[in-house]
Design a protein around this ligand. Structure first.
Ligand code: UDP
Length: 403
């Protein structure tokens, strides 16, 4: 499996990966998050576990379960960490803990390394049996509600290490902290090359016209992704350039707000026949891939974003991208070189028109974007980094990574 990445991923990453795989062979590496499908964390884990196994690591993936109340609370915690003024009461925190306790009773937490993704399963640390425990934060915690952050820190500081996507997200904590950017898998169904027939099959089934330029945003229906802002930008562009807007999203089991936001978006679009709002079933990877490939411009106009996998997916397909200048997106897009960063609806509309009116420039930037993703944001690099962190906390006595 890993050899399939040769010629695609940087050679150095592959060499280091293999070495680390040898060092950590047969050791168990357990990942725990809160959803099997929907959102970037599940997207990465689906692809990472088989690659880790192929490297010889005993990789496992568990998902915590909870009821509606639990996911309402964890979504509020998520929103508060991204800066929304939410209050998490003592009894909500207790419930968060109790659900984790019940999960811990049902799960085998015994592993050489345990990587806990995001706040939902963070209290599992209280039930640690052994091994190295690492907390992985995927969200934009650059400006959180302080009380919520402080409460969560009680759990995080019990871990051996914490990993953030961007340096400015790291908090002052009494644990080792690492920065690792997320990644995409070039060989997945979401990102592999598609034939013209495959693309056509998708556009016909989803009834997407291909006679005009397509503007696309792929996202969960979440206000932080600013779907209404995307529609506003499209409306400005539409006055000058005839185009189609596609907003594609699917539900995530740990995101209870999706339906409400989807209804808001539908209402706001006012039955415009050129705005296509697609609620796709989970695992619609080939359809998303096809939509990205037929688009002229791809947006991720987020207002808060840990790291936008959709941005890297679009760039990997050589597409011109526009991203909200927030969270991890400025690491992904080199403004004016591999895409454009925007701060407003007006900025987004301006950049969409710039791309549509300069297809050669769009093509050039798209090509640079693809190489930028190749060198920085492929899954082989991310696995290399996870294994390096694990290896380094096991061998703290070594000043540098000696393999
Ligand atoms: N995604 C998908 N179907 C959808 C919406 C999103 O498969 O309808 C995928 C998208 O392609 C990307 C991931 O979900 O791989 C979203 O990750 P991102 O980091 O952009 O945002 P998150 O949802 O984690 O906030």
């Amino acid at each position: 499996m890993i050899h399939q990445y040769s010629g695609i991923s940087p050679k150095g990453d592959l060499l280091l990966l293999q070495k680390l795989g040898e060092k950590l062979e047969n050791k168990s590496f357990l990942h725990i998050n809160s959803t099997k499908a929907g959102g970037g964390v599940a997207e990465i884990l689906q692809r990472m576990i088989p690659i880790l196994s192929d490297l010889g690591v005993d990789a496992k993936w568990e998902i915590i379960t909870g009821d509606d109340r639990f996911f309402d609370i964890t979504k509020k915690i998520h929103n508060a960490l991204q800066g929304n003024p939410e209050v998490i009461t003592e009894s909500m925190w207790e419930y968060h803990f109790d659900v984790n306790k019940r999960n811990a009773e049902l799960m085998d937490l015994d592993a050489d390394a345990v990587l806990i993704h995001d706040p939902q399963p963070a209290p599992l640390i209280e039930f640690r049996k052994g091994g190295r425990w690492i907390w992985r934060c995927h969200i934009d915690v650059s400006n959180p509600v302080q009380e919520v952050c402080e409460y969560l820190k009680r759990y995080c500081e019990k871990y051996d290490a914490a990993i953030f996507s961007v340096a400015k997200f790291a908090r002052a904590m009494a644990v080792d902290e690492f920065i690792i950017t997320p990644s995409i898998d070039p060989l997945s169904e979401k990102n592999r090359e598609l034939s013209d027939e495959e693309i056509q099959e998708t556009t016909e089934r989803l009834k997407i016209p291909v006679d005009r330029p397509i503007i696309l945003q792929v996202s969960r229906f979440d206000r932080f992704k600013d779907p209404l802002g995307v529609i506003k930008a499209y409306r400005t562009v539409k006055k000058y350039n005839d185009c189609i807007l596609v907003l594609a999203g699917s539900p995530a089991t740990d995101d209870p707000e999706g339906e409400v936001v989807l209804n808001e978006v539908r209402e706001y679009a006012e039955n415009d026949p050129d705005v296509h709002i697609l609620l796709l079933p989970p695992f619609s990877d080939k359809d998303i891939n096809a939509l990205q490939r037929i688009s002229s411009v791809i947006l991720q106009k987020s207002l808060k974003e840990g790291f936008g996998l959709t941005v890297s997916e679009a760039m990997w397909k050589g597409k011109p991208v526009i991203g909200g200048a927030t969270g991890g997106i400025p690491l992904q897009i080199v403004h004016g070189v591999t895409g454009f960063l925007v701060h407003s609806v007006e900025g987004a509309a301006y950049r969409i028109r710039q791309y549509l009116n300069n297809p050669e420039m769009a093509l050039r930037m798209g090509e640079k974007g693809r190489e930028y993703v190749r060198n920085n944001f492929l899954i082989t690099r991310q696995i290399r980094d996870y294994l390096s962190v694990w290896y380094s906390i096991e061998h703290k006595e070594k000043a540098i990574l000696e393999l």
